[in-house]
Design a protein around this ligand. Structure first.
Ligand code: ATP
Ligand code: MG
Length: 406
């Protein structure tokens, strides 16, 4: 194993300039520091074109999994920093090659130079170091198009950095650079994926989750929290806001025609999400709707539901097919949890035949039969907020009594 001295991080989408660039780099550094907080010896040095993470003895492999999940990192490489002399470049290059070479592998040397005053140019370094590797590792072959190993040498002002790996980061923008928003999180497949995509654009989200005891179990609530724990890997920490929804659902079911149960329920959810957003200083509402997937997600339904607010309602998975959403859910680690069958509040109160083309005026009219303000106020009074950290578990912590309910 190569004993790398640091990790060189290349920024994502840095088309922005000036203050935005400073904000991007500052937030990214804070987010990297946060995921590496268990490694006090590691130092994070944000520079204007690269970030250097000095390992001080920590093996790179230990932090690799964590870096992969930090948005704003385009690519990164574990490197050995070495002196700007031919001797040390040769020595370090050989050390890295010997640690990774296996019989039959091909290689090439790829040098870049930002210090143009260095005594060797890139072509010269490619051939000097290439020749040195040929001499020291008998049998190794050069291959320019598809080599097994690429030895990257970067000659910078302060030192030379050598690596054999160029790894893809999570891309996107550092969480926090796009401001705050609330995310409507159910226990399903789609909203966790939408959450990941919102975080990827740099939005700092807080989860709003509606639950309906006694119709839904503690397990269903625990599942939504645990999903938040998986997503917190991409954010550091996510606040989870649980909103009791049973009284609203019971009232709607009792008083309104069945065809409009779904539409009016959704209008209440959106209203509550919007009030919570405003109180928490958020700018937008995200959800996991995908056009046409179910009755409540037709464009007609969106018109009838979205009517309750002028706040931007963003739907990151709006145009994705279910199969595409599932693929992403598997990649980000939420899928297995999403398909655990604990019923949430919507499945339980779902009418057998919701209208796929609800009328806005009818939704408004039926709703006017209800004490909207009172229902909203009582739901808000019952809110509970929990800060959730990466991989925090909730389902197994439930009592056996809850397990019996299943
Ligand atoms: P998901 O897989 O995200 O549950 P879905 O395809 O099952 O979505 P619906 O159940 O109709 O669709 O929900 C649509 C969207 O409404 C969800 O993606 C989510 O953003 C929001 N939503 C639904 N139920 C809840 C809930 N209990 N708490 C918070 N938001 C919810
Ligand atoms: Mg659902």
């Amino acid at each position: 194993m190569v004993q790398y001295t640091e990790v060189m991080v290349r920024y994502g989408e840095l088309s922005t300039k000036g203050k935005n660039r400073k904000d991007f780099i500052g937030k990214l550094a804070a987010n990297v520091n946060r995921v590496l907080k268990d490694f006090p010896e590691i130092e994070v040095h944000p520079k204007h074109d690269r970030m250097h993470i000095t390992l001080n003895g920590t093996p790179f492999e230990v932090i690799d999994e964590k870096l992969k999940k930090v948005f704003g990192i385009q690519t990164y490489s574990p490197v050995i920093k070495t002196e700007k002399s031919l001797e040390s470049i040769k020595e370090t290059a050989l050390e890295i090659m010997q640690a990774t070479y296996e019989a039959g592998m091909t290689f090439k040397v790829n040098t870049r130079r930002s210090d143009h005053k260095f005594e060797y140019d890139t072509n010269q370094l490619n051939s000097i170091i290439g020749d040195y590797i040929f001499e020291k590792i008998p049998g190794i072959k050069a291959e320019m198009k598809h080599p097994d190993l690429v030895l990257r040498i970067e000659v910078r002002q302060d030192a030379v950095y050598i690596s054999n790996q160029l790894l893809h980061g999570a891309g996107g923008m550092p969480v926090g650079t796009a401001g705050k928003a609330v995310m409507m999180l159910s226990g399903g497949i789609d909203s966790p994926v939408a959450s990941y995509l919102a975080l990827k654009r740099g939005v700092d989200i807080e989860m709003v989750h509606f639950f309906s005891p006694p119709y839904t179990t503690e397990k269903a609530l625990a599942k939504a929290k645990e999903l938040t724990g998986v997503l917190a890997n991409y954010a550091g920490k996510i606040n989870f806001i649980a909103v009791p929804f049973a009284e609203i659902q019971e009232t709607i079911k009792e008083k309104l025609p069945e065809g409009y149960l779904m539409t009016v329920q959704r209008r209440f959810m959106l209203r509550l999400a919007d009030i919570i957003r405003e109180r928490r200083g958020g700018l937008a509402i995200f959800n996991g709707e995908s056009v046409g997937q179910v009755a409540s997600q037709t464009l007609e339904s969106m018109v009838a539901i979205n009517d309750v607010t002028t706040t931007p309602v963003l739907r990151p998975v709006a145009t994705m097919d279910k199969t595409e959403i599932i693929k992403l859910a598997e990649k980000i680690g939420t899928f297995d949890l999403s398909i655990v069958p604990f019923e949430d509040c919507c499945t339980i109160f779902a009418p057998p035949r919701p209208k796929t083309k609800p009328k806005l005026d009818k939704a408004r009219k039926y709703e006017s039969y209800l004490d909207v303000d009172g229902l909203i106020q009582r739901a808000l009074d019952g809110i509970e907020i929990t800060a959730i950290y990466p991989d925090q578990k909730f389902i197994d912590n439930q009592s056996s009594e809850d397990a019996d309910l299943l």
